[in-house]
Design a protein around this ligand. Sequence first.
Ligand code: NI
Length: 179
Amino acid sequence: MAIRRIYETPDPVLRQISKPVATFDDELKALVADMLETMYEAPGIGLAAVQVGVPVRLLVIDLQEPEEEGGEPVRDPRVFINPQILWHSDAEVPYTEGCLSVPEQYAEVMRPDKIRARWQDVDGKSHEQEIDGLLAVCLQHEMDHLNGVLFIDHLSRLKRDMVLKKLAKWRKEQSLKAA
Ligand code: NI
């Protein structure tokens, strides 16, 4: 396993349309293992393959929700390959999203609060499930990555420019710290 480099906006790598996964082999399993390790190390709760520079329709999520309130986070890695949204609710909910490719920036995005999704696991087996709550938000955010879309694309131009300005400022501070 290895930690991979996470590409950040405005890198054009992130704007690619990811291709379907056709082969469920050891190479795919190794990529999934690397992605999970990279996500845990970042740390983040979701990561799409394109964010580590591999434009295939694969994403990993781990909400690391504690078993009880205030308890220790419990690892619960989930892998979604070739995911599709079969249905979504008309009702949308706001959630303050962030992204490892837009580091340290957060903004509220509206998304359907309930979806029915179909995907494959690392062995190619199909799954279908109705999903809501944070997992639904996270899955939709990660699926956007497969189509070259970032959460900031859902914001008004004014809001997006503000986020990008703050990101530039944050990067400048980081480079000063490193100097
Ligand atoms: Ni993201």
